[in-house]
Design a protein around this ligand. Structure first.
Ligand code: NAD
Length: 382
């Protein structure tokens, strides 16, 4: 088993617990160390409540690095589950101390930090995985394979959206911890909805289609009074080769709990995937006969198959998708430790460069919106 450390994700936090559950699912990771909270005492108490050795229940990430660095059974990787502005200093310190990293998205709060972190990852040779959750779903892999095989022909247009409703009122002003830092530009970064969830949508569209962005133009809006960042974003995209894209992210779209939806239209057919029905992929060829491809179907690609755990009809979802990222990271890290190429499970993973692309996308979106006339801009990394 690989040994996992965690920074952030303490009592009352959102994504840390998803990491803990997902990392356990395949028995490949054991959580052995953590600095879980911005408050050191609360973090230590939380670690102990999770059954961790008190000696590995750290108050700060600096203590975790110092404590783990000297151990023979030191952690194999550390997951960073803290607000965006802390990703860079924490990841930098971990990488410089020789640890592999699993970092939450967006990779960093600023483009400068993302560029520096990606460079550090590349030059140090450390593994840096980024948890773009939606690229963990088997049917998203199936969509990627079908596009790559040419089943849709040349891609003409991509529609991707990530609407949420949870910030439709000013919950950041009434004590919601998650909304509070997400609406603070210093802690979140320049892009509100576009940084928080637009980055997922942008990655998903690029992951499935394999298209490279050429330029974008954007229109941001802040509908909730007193909010400092966008809570709704529309982005028009031009991809290299001529395909077009439209991306919508919203935190105020009432009726949407987690409405991630991708539609890809090519010259021979189209594909649709909706994360609230994640076990199905809808394929429509030119003759108009709609096919619902179910998770577990006999003719699924190997890429999808090896990310499935239960038989058809027994639904899988969010935790399994997240677990697929952890399984992939485990395979990639083991392969590096053993000096071999990773198997298919450890390939096509979101890595530091994908994280940098997300932050560069946000930067270009906000720049385009803020500039007079919303010009077409090319992000520094595509
Ligand atoms: P949260 O506010 O719920 O939790 C943050 C946690 O980090 C808290 O426990 C806090 O005490 C701790 N923390 C803050 N600074 C720390 C420090 N310096 N050292 C140790 N602990 C520290 O936040 P969240 O909603 O869980 O989001 C955390 C990150 O996860 C963000 O980057 C967010 O964008 C990302 N996220 C990703 C997904 C996904 O689908 N992959 C979903 C939600 C959130």
């Amino acid at each position: 088993m690989l040994r996992l450390g965690m920074v952030g994700g303490g009592q009352g936090a959102y994504i840390g617990n998803i990491h803990r559950l997902a990392s356990r699912l395949d028995g490949q990771w054991q959580l052995v160390a953590g600095a879980f909270d911005v408050d050191p005492e609360r973090g230590r108490a939380f670690a102990i409540s999770q059954g961790l050795d008190p000696a590995r229940s750290y108050g700060t990430y600096a203590e975790l690095i110092a404590g783990e660095a000297g151990r023979e059974d030191r952690v194999d990787a550390v997951a960073i589950c803290t607000p965006n502005f802390t990703h860079y200093p924490i990841a930098k310190a971990l990488i410089e101390a020789g640890f592999d990293v699993i970092c939450e998205k967006p990779l960093t709060a600023t483009l400068e930090d993302a560029v520096a972190l990606e460079k550090l990852a590349r030059e140090s040779g450390r593994f840096v995985g980024v948890t773009y959750t939606y690229s963990g779903y088997p049917m998203v892999h199936e969509a990627r394979v079908r596009v790559a095989r040419g089943e849709l022909g040349a891609i003409r247009t991509v529609q991707v959206e990530y609407p949420l409703e949870w910030m439709a009122t000013a919950i950041e002003q009434s004590g919601n911890a998650q909304a509070a830092w997400r609406t603070d530009p210093k802690k979140n970064g320049r892009g509100g909805s576009i940084g928080d969830i637009g980055t997922h949508a942008y990655h998903l569209a690029g992951f499935v289609t394999g298209l490279t962005l050429e330029s974008l133009t954007a229109d941001l809006a802040t509908f909730v009074g007193g909010r400092a960042l966008d809570d709704n974003a529309h982005v028009m995209m031009r991809y290299q080769g001529g395909a077009r894209g439209l991306l919508w992210s919203s935190q105020v779209a009432i009726g949407n709990s987690n409405g991630v939806r991708l539609r890809v239209f090519g010259e021979k057919g189209s594909l649709q995937w909706f994360q609230e029905q994640p076990n199905e992929l809808v394929f429509t060829p030119l003759d108009g006969r709609v096919q619902i491809i179910k998770r577990g179907a006999d003719d699924l690609s190997e890429d999808a198959r090896l990310r499935i755990r239960t038989p058809p009809g027994h639904p899988e979802g969010y935790l399994e998708a997240f677990a697929n990222l952890y399984a992939g990271f485990a395979e990639a890290i083991r392969a590096r430790q053993e000096g071999r190429e990773p198997s298919l499970l450890g390939q096509n993973l979101p890595l530091a460069y994908d994280g940098l692309k997300g932050v560069a996308f946000v930067e270009a979106v906000v720049d385009s919106h803020e500039a007079e006339g919303q010009p077409w801009l090319t992000p520094v990394a595509v």
